[in-house]
Write a protein that binds this ligand. Structure first.
Ligand code: RTP
Ligand code: MG
Length: 147
């Protein structure tokens, strides 16, 4: 079963959106296998966003993601990587469709509420960056035969 790394960014935590965001993925039918509130270190932020190292917004991005607690999560389900990206909406909240998380709650591209892995390789990399294997729970929901 596919897994992805999702993270409520510091703006989402400050704006009390953890519950709303968790609720959307629960109701969709995905399974939460790990979660924690944490402060991201500068080193972890730079590794996580390493692909953007040369971009002009890299410093601002690292400062933002380390500026307060994030809510780190691993979710499991069929096609969860791409479906979660669809549920998040476009990177720039101004272009994100209504009904998506960024479309409903975001305003600026620099504070766009949520992160989600963009491919199976990113998901594997990011899950192991943020979680130890023993923090991930292997279980099956009774309801899973219905979704
Ligand atoms: P994320 O990695 O956070 O899930 O977002 P994403 O895949 O939709 O977008 P990505 O291209 O990976 O960009 C990572 C994050 O960098 C910030 N950003 N700022 N100031 C800017 O022009 C700019 N462009 C991107 C956003 O917070 C974006 O989520
Ligand atoms: Mg990205």
């Amino acid at each position: 079963m596919e897994r992805t790394y999702l993270m409520v960014k510091p703006d989402g935590v400050q704006r009390n959106l953890i519950g709303e965001i968790v609720s959307r993925f629960e109701k969709k039918g995905f399974t939460l296998v790990g979660a924690k509130l944490m402060i991201v270190s500068k080193e972890l932020a730079e590794t996580h966003y390493g692909e953007h190292k040369e971009r002009p917004f890299f410093g601002e991005l690292v400062n933002f993601i380390t500026s307060g607690p994030v809510f780190a999560m691993v979710w499991e389900g069929e096609n969860v990587i791409s479906t979660a990206r669809t549920m998040m909406g476009s990177t720039n909240p101004a272009e994100a469709a209504p009904g998506t998380i960024r479309g409903d709650y975001g305003v600026q591209v620099s504070m766009n509420v949520i992160h989600g892995s963009d491919s199976p390789a990113s998901a594997e990399r990011e899950i192991s960056l943020f979680f130890h294997e023993q923090e991930l729970n292997n279980y099956k929901k009774e309801v899973s035969k219905w979704v």
